[in-house]
Design a protein around this ligand. Structure first.
Ligand code: BYC
Length: 326
């Protein structure tokens, strides 16, 4: 892969950077063997790597309920969803690998906390209704954020997103279906549904990232078509889409300032507690330690599988070499 190793300084570098930006502006896809500025490559590794880690860590809160799903059908659906998340993680690690970073390296960076994963997965799942709320709200937010990424300038990421988005739609639908059952069920079920909405609303709004004034990467990522909307714009779109769904369920969004703004034709709403968001992404949320401990345990316990695969691959390669030589 050809990348610049220094920031553009001479005429030649300036020309290459301008030509690169022109390709992006013209809607061309950048492919792994193409020249790209080092910062573009690093930004993609950061975003795709974090995204992959989110899919993998994101299995934990829902995996917690597979054994406690209320019916066999719900259990089969949840199992399929959690397996899909593992698949999304793998597509994304493969996309990141095309940028010259190995999956082992990305995992090492997650485990020693140099890389992040989505803040949302640091909140616990306390009841079955939380599984509905995750599908409805968390996957709903994920779709809002990920649909534009299908047009990302980097080919392998864009193509991975096409498949991921298809599966996310099913995830969102199954979550909303759980919420319908709960919200229209007994009083106790309705209370559980409202409680899940109360706890997941603001953490879901945080998924879109810090407010625009604190977003360090947005401007450049938008210019590079690695991002298409600002964090606040996507958050607003999500609120506008979700409030009527909550009305349909007969549930109340836990925001006393939520109002329809007739002039601007959108909802006004309260910001999440940004102090809480920054604490969570620094490692100080309700479940950060538990999540990382689970990933470290899985990594350590999987060592024999990795060793066995490597030994098998080496043996097969040696056999192929012998056959070729014979
Ligand atoms: N959580 O400059 P900003 C899923 C960090 S998986 C943690 O605005 P950017 C699902 C940000 O990384 C959902 N950290 O950043 C899976 C940066 O720190 P660094 C995952 C966050 O990149 C299973 C700093 O804050 N989706 O849906 O322009 C089951 C400043 O932020 C968060 C993706 O990853 C956060 N919420 O924008 C169910 C989608 N927000 O890196 C569902 C792809 C911000 O400088 N990613 N930070 O140390 C993106 O679209 C963008 O990376 C973001 C952030 C919108 C998330």
């Amino acid at each position: 892969m050809r990348t610049s190793t220094v920031s553009p300084s001479g005429d030649e570098d300036d020309r290459r950077v301008r030509a690169f930006q022109a390709r992006i502006d013209a809607g061309e896809k950048i492919e792994p063997a193409d020249w790209m500025p080092e910062d573009y490559r690093r930004t993609l590794i950061r975003q795709i790597g974090q995204h992959a880690h989110s899919e993998i860590v994101g299995q934990l809160p829902e995996g917690n309920w597979i054994n406690r799903a209320p019916t066999l059908e719900r259990k089969a659906i949840l199992l399929a969803k959690v397996q899909d998340e593992a698949g999304h993680g793998l597509y994304l690690y493969c996309a990141a690998e095309t940028l010259g970073v190995s999956r082992d390296e990305l995992t090492a960076q997650l485990l020693d906390e140099r890389m992040k994963y989505s803040s949302i997965f640091n909140y616990p799942t306390l009841s079955w209704a939380d599984i509905g709320a995750i599908g409805w709200l968390v996957d709903g937010a994920a779709i809002m954020n990920q649909v534009p990424l299908q047009r990302c300038s980097y080919g392998p990421y864009a193509r991975a997103m096409v498949r991921i988005c298809k599966e996310e739609s099913f995830h969102q639908r199954q979550g909303f279906d759980i919420m319908i059952k709960m919200a229209k069920g007994s009083d106790a079920q309705r209370r559980m549904a409202q409680d899940a909405l109360d706890r997941f609303w603001y953490p879901t709004l945080m998924m879109f990232g810090p407010p625009d004034r604190d977003s360090v990467h947005s401007k450049r990522s938008i210019a590079w078509k690695i991002k298409f909307d600002t964090n606040d714009d996507l958050r607003r779109k999500f609120v506008d889409q979700t409030v009527p769904q909550a009305d349909f369920l007969g549930l109340k969004i836990p925001d006393p300032h939520l109002r329809w703004n007739e002039d601007e034709h959108r909802y006004d709403f309260s910001d999440p507690d940004w102090g809480e968001f920054f604490a969570v992404i620094k490692g100080d949320g309700p479940c950060n330690r538990e999540r990382l401990a689970a990933r470290r345990k899985a990594w350590e316990e999987g060592e024999w599988v990795r060793d066995a695969l490597l030994a098998h691959a080496r043996k097969s390669a040696a056999r192929r070499r012998q056959e070729k030589a014979a």
